[in-house]
Ligand binder design. Structure first.
Ligand code: SAM
Length: 217
């Protein structure tokens, strides 16, 4: 599959399963999700500009963040963006591939990317981290979940009922990529959950954009 096919697979997949995923997200991995939402809520002031990359249908995370912040949500799936606009009327949503996005430098105080960068082909993940650093003001907050194993192509013909694609690096490489993109890692921790007898581990990173760093493409 070429790059466009992979992107289409992910976008169409979430067009199909996004609503069910949103429901599932309100019920599983809730401790971790809530912990990393709280990190953002505690660290940024009311009214902060927050970019939520791969926001899905807006529930539960974008909605919680939008109660306190001025949130822009980005998602590649048309259907997810449609649902997000209904679920979180207070936030702004844009349908786009996060790898193709462009914002002026220092447009945001915080960027979140929960379970979404893992859907980018992994050669795009480092460059996207660099651009996130560019969009953040110095000292800005970045919170994301990344993979823990090196896997260039992880493809499931029927994930929740639709074909799906993921890709990623091991935890040490992910930490290095984040640091090389112009961030200071505040905390990076592998977190494991078991849902329906399935165990999953993600690397959760809390990072701050280094003041005076030169980053981005
Ligand atoms: C696993 S869901 C997570 C949704 C939400 N962040 C959450 O934590 O519930 C991944 C989301 O990322 C979106 N996504 C995947 N690849 C993307 C890309 N290249 N650009 C923007 N969004 C993307 C998907 O459409 C999907 O809604």
């Amino acid at each position: 599959m070429n790059r466009d096919d992979l992107k289409r697979t992910v976008a169409r997949g979430y067009d199909k399963v996004g609503e069910a995923y949103g429901l599932m997200a309100t019920r599983s991995r809730t401790v971790q999700r809530s912990r990393y939402e709280t990190v953002v809520l505690d660290r940024l002031p009311e009214g902060a500009r927050v970019l939520d990359l791969g926001c899905g249908s807006g529930v539960p995370t974008t909605r919680r963040l939008a109660r306190r912040f001025e949130v822009t949500g980005i998602d590649i799936s048309e259907k997810q963006v449609e649902l997000a606009r209904l679920n979180v009327p207070k936030a702004t949503f844009i349908q786009a591939d996060m790898a193709d996005l462009d914002f002026p430098a220092e447009s945001f105080d915080g960027v979140t990317a929960y379970y979404s960068i893992i859907h980018l082909p992994r050669d795009e993940q480092g460059p996207v981290l660099g651009r996130i650093a560019t969009w953040l003001r110095p000292g800005g907050l970045f919170v994301c979940s990344l993979g823990t194993h090196s896997n260039e192509v992880d493809y499931d013909r029927s994930w929740m009922g639709a074909p799906m694609f993921w890709s990623g690096f091991d935890s040490a490489t992910n930490r290095k990529l984040v640091e090389e993109s112009g961030f200071r890692i505040v905390r990076a921790r592998e977190e494991t959950t078991t849902t329906n007898h399935e165990t999953e581990t993600f690397l959760w990173i809390i990072a701050e954009k280094l003041a005076g760093s030169i980053s981005g493409p």
